[in-house]
Design a binder for this molecule. Structure first.
Ligand code: AMP
Ligand code: ZN
Length: 488
């Protein structure tokens, strides 16, 4: 640990750099806001037809990390994450369950928010539902029809025309390179879409079919429901404006979902000339489990709830999800969960000692610790390097602690820096040791005996607790119970 004021590394001009899928390069983040203060961020949210799996949560934890880091950098973030509450899998699931669409969705949406909280994710500022934005979706489709970029097929469905979009000089294939010769009509993707003029065209409005049962809305094109892509275009532009800063999702969404969002949103031409729909596109690589793609047949498919049932905490799972860079496909293993427990234990012990020493002292944040952390995070959220600097600091601090070389103000400076870092990492405090009530009652009796200067009784209670597996640590803030002692 470096004494306060020793070296100030933070350079306020140092900017955050992010890999933009649109330009396939690392770029400095410059928000659209002329004052450079606010940032609009949209992350494609869950399709609530089941419990979210830990792969889904890798992407949502990444979005949470980016939002928290932007806030750390002083931006006022407007974080929007939609809930996809109408699409093929949901309709099939609702039908099979015999529940109405809202009832079916509610159970999984509530579970999703509960799981997000367990993982320490901050609630997005806005969480729009597709079914609550049908008028905006219809308005956007009408605009695309009026601009000649969409057409209605004979079954009533409305499609986006890639050919017409390209004919007016727009590029389809900005996030990925596409070979249009392979995308000709003829090969039919699915019976639902037999009316498309071109294979690449995608549905903006899907005409009602018998399997939709009671799930449909009225529109100028007859009864039906929106396509998935248009939902995100309509909701993001409604809440963040026709141009906004950041759009996130897992890498599987790059094509066609995000490519189609660009085509629809820019095709509608609501942006100020020269402005894009989205300035920075960011994608999280997929999570593998024990080296394989998650699949039910391989037995490596885990929801958050599966892992909690195995005795791991949300905090440990979040830690594992935050150990790898968001752009590297990352292998989730049970060994890494065990490693998370050890790493967090080291960190917690060090912080507890600093708390004891700091007492009520206050000091400015340890600038070096903060600077190292933010220098790593500025490099496209290089979280591995950020953890590296944190654990180097833990090692150095432990050395100083062992030599009794940490003063209260030094401890307070370190803790103050840690508080800012923790706000970004969101791993929370060590959960309090939950001693059973009879143990807490014994501790209280010991305190009472000490106050009454009955040290013999106080000592015998200490021994009694020890025999029951609990050790009392006397700290400047009062006694603390810790697991230990002689119990089997
Ligand atoms: P869904 O609920 O299927 O719409 O997916 C929600 C989010 O999770 C999307 O951003 C997906 O790209 C992302 N996702 C799905 N599977 C994985 C995975 N294995 N690793 C990381 N992200 C994923
Ligand atoms: Zn989306």
């Amino acid at each position: 640990m470096t004494p306060i004021g020793y070296r100030v590394l933070i350079d306020s001009n140092m900017g955050l750099k992010l890999f933009n899928t649109l330009t396939r390069s690392v770029e400095e983040f410059v928000p659209r806001d002329p004052d450079g203060k606010s940032a609009g961020m949209y992350c494609c949210g869950p399709t609530v037809h089941n419990f979210a799996h830990i792969g889904n949560f890798r992407t949502f934890v990444f979005a949470d990390l980016l939002r928290r880091y932007l806030e750390f950098k002083g931006y006022q973030v407007n974080h929007v994450m939609n809930i996809t509450d109408v699409e093929d899998k949901i309709i099939a699931g609702a039908r099979a369950s015999g529940l109405s669409l809202p009832e079916y969705i509610r159970q999984y949406e509530e579970a999703f928010w509960e799981d997000s909280r367990t993982l320490g994710c901050l609630a997005p500022h806005q969480a729009p539902h597709a079914t609550e934005h049908i008028p905006q979706i219809i308005g956007l489709i009408e605009r695309l029809l009026a601009r000649g970029l969409a057409y209605q097929a004979s079954d009533g469905s409305v499609y986006f025309s890639i050919d017409k979009y390209r004919a007016r000089g727009s590029c389809y294939g900005q996030l990925v390179n596409l070979n249009f010769d392979e995308m000709r009509v003829g090969e039919r993707v699915n019976a639902d879409e037999y009316d498309k003029e071109s294979l690449a065209d995608f549905a903006l409005w899907k005409a009602r079919v018998p399997e939709d049962a009671a799930i449909y809305w009225s529109s100028p094109w007859g009864e039906g429901r929106p396509g998935w892509h248009i939902e995100c275009s309509a909701m993001s532009m409604q809440l963040l404006g026709p141009s906004f800063d950041l759009h996130l999702g897992g890498e599987d969404l790059i094509f066609p979902h995000h490519e189609d969002e660009i085509a629809q949103s820019e095709g509608a031409g609501l942006q100020i000339p020269g402005e894009r729909f989205v300035k920075y596109w960011l994608h999280a690589a997929h999570l593998l489990v024990e080296g394989n793609k998650m699949s039910k047949s391989l037995g490596n498919f885990f929801t958050l709830r599966d892992l909690l049932a195995k005795g791991f905490s949300g905090r440990e799972i979040r830690y594992v999800l935050l150990t790898a860079h968001y752009r590297s496909s990352f292998n989730f293993t049970f060994d890494s969960l065990a490693g998370a427990r050890t790493a967090l234990g080291r960190l917690d012990d060090c912080l507890a000692k600093l708390h004891d020493i700091a007492g009520n002292a206050s000091a400015a944040s340890d600038a070096v610790l903060l600077a190292e952390f933010s220098a790593a995070m500025d490099e496209d959220l290089n979280i591995s390097a950020a953890w590296g600097s944190i654990f180097n600091w833990v090692r150095d601090t432990n050395r100083l602690l062992a030599r009794n070389q940490v003063s209260p103000s030094l401890a307070a400076a370190a803790l103050s820096a840690w508080q800012s870092i923790e706000k970004v990492l969101g791993i929370g405090e060590k959960p309090p040791t939950e001693a059973p009530p009879e143990i807490v009652a014994l501790l209280e009796q010991r305190q009472f005996a000490r106050k009454a200067k009955d040290f013999k009784r106080a000592d015998s209670i200490r021994e009694e607790l020890k025999a029951m597996g609990w050790v009392i640590e006397d700290t400047p803030q009062g006694p603390r119970l810790k697991r230990g002692g002689n119990a089997a």
